[in-house]
Design a protein around this ligand. Structure first.
Ligand code: CAA
Length: 378
């Protein structure tokens, strides 16, 4: 596996691994208690992690896509909360502006996002439009030099904390998904109302909110891409974004495996370490094999993206497999820990809670299968 990484990528992996251990690990408990990790994000900004793949001209670290996936992987081993915050911020906000924004929009927003002074949120999902994202109901009506947007969004990662929201709304409902447009909305915009905070099973340090748009006034110049291009913009970025979530799931599974191996070697029953029992040893062998297979799928998808090649099918495969692995491996980790695994004294119960959502957000496992099967039938 090491052979796949360049010297530069290995150096950045070490840097992120050290950072995660020294700066993030001590804050895991406060994040578990619901504290949003602003201070960690500021330090990540200083290290260039909030704009890893952003070109230098927009204030980024200009590293390749695989380096970004390595960073999400390493951060998520310690905190899946940090993994998802960075993944959404980068994959579906900064990159989306870089690919579809005009020069003025890029100059205005990207350097602030790359430095970590701004945080981004991606607002697609609605109460009645989850997997069927194309059926969203939020409406944007042109009014002179502005659009007036009404509607609501749910499950918005980084919502309430973000400085820039990418909002998808229909400019022509008669056209279905082809009538959706994308808008850049700044924090504090009139009519942008932060709604209920979701109390989630896991990822307690990551904020997830409902948003309401109450006659929200957005300048027409904040239209991102062309009118009616919004759905394609969202889909194209989700293609890539799913590699980030796959890498987050990989990080969770790796952490659960690592903790399980250590515990199984230390825990003695019947006069010997439980790892020397086949019942536990074979479980660890299966967990390690699934993690290794996940690693190959995730970095294969990342490599395609890094080379600028089509990666939609591979990204969905990586997300599907990685999230399944994360759920299975964290479940087995609790089994290895036995009663202790079910307590909050050990991290495996957190890994288990954090893993589940990787099968749900950025497209459920069922949607990944749909995307993969569409590719197979092309
Ligand atoms: N790239 C570019 N264009 C695409 C595309 C892609 N990946 N997928 C579809 N399109 C285009 C199609 O080409 C089509 O346009 P044409 O007719 O001009 O060819 C148009 O979009 C409609 O395509 P479909 O008919 O295939 O669309 P659909 O309505 O059947 O939906 C879907 C497809 C794959 C089910 C899609 O709705 C989907 O991905 N749903 C899941 C939504 C999702 O992932 N939400 C995640 C929210 S963000 C999040 O979770 C972040 C977080 O907090 C972690």
């Amino acid at each position: 596996m090491e052979l796949m990484f360049t010297e530069e990528q290995l150096m950045m992996r070490k840097m992120v691994r050290d950072f995660a251990q020294t700066e993030i690990a001590p804050k895991v408990e406060s994040m578990e208690n619901g504290e949003f990790p602003r201070d960690i994000l500021a330090k990540m900004g200083e290290l260039g992690l909030m704009g890893i793949t952003t070109p230098e001209q927009y204030g980024g670290a200009n590293m390749d896509f695989t380096s970004y996936i390595i960073a999400i992987n390493e951060l998520s081993r310690v905190s899946a909360t940090i993994g998802v915050i960075l993944s959404v911020h980068t994959s579906v906000v900064t990159n989306l502006i870089l690919y579809f924004g005009n020069e003025e929009q890029k100059q205005k927003y990207v350097p602030m996002l790359a430095s970590g002074e701004y945080l981004g949120a991606f607002c697609l999902t609605e109460p009645s439009a989850g997997s069927d994202a194309g059926s969203l109901k939020s409406k944007a009506v042109k009014d002179g030099n502005n659009y007036i947007i009404n509607g609501s969004k749910v499950f918005i990662t980084n919502g309430g904390e973000a400085d820039v929201y990418i909002v998808f709304a229909s400019t022509d409902p008669s056209l279905g998904s082809k009538g959706i447009s994308a808008f850049l909305v700044e924090k504090g915009t009139e009519g942008l109302v932060i709604g209920k905070d979701e109390h989630k099973m896991g990822l307690h340090g990551s904020r997830t909110v409902q948003l309401n748009f109450d006659n929200m006034i957005v300048p027409a110049e904040n239209l991102l891409g062309q009118v009616g291009e919004g759905f394609k913009i969202a889909m194209a970025n989700l293609d890539v974004g799913r590699i980030g979530i796959a890498s987050q799931a990989l990080g969770i599974a790796e952490a659960a495996l690592e903790e399980s191996i250590i515990y199984a070697q230390q825990r003695h029953q019947f006069g010997k370490p439980i790892s020397s029992n086949q019942g536990v040893g074979f479980k660890l062998a299966d967990m390690a094999t699934s993690v290794e297979a996940t690693r190959l799928l995730v970095y294969r998808a990342a490599d395609l993206r890094a080379k600028g090649l089509a990666c939609g099918k591979e990204a969905s495969m990586a997300k599907l497999f990685a999230s399944k692995t994360a759920v299975e491996v964290t479940t087995e980790a609790i089994q290895v820990f036995g009663g202790y695994g079910y307590t909050m004294d050990y991290p495996v119960e957190r890994f288990f809670r954090d893993a589940k959502v990787t099968e749900i957000y950025e497209g459920t496992s069922e949607i990944q299968r749909l995307v993969i099967s569409k590719h197979l039938n092309k």
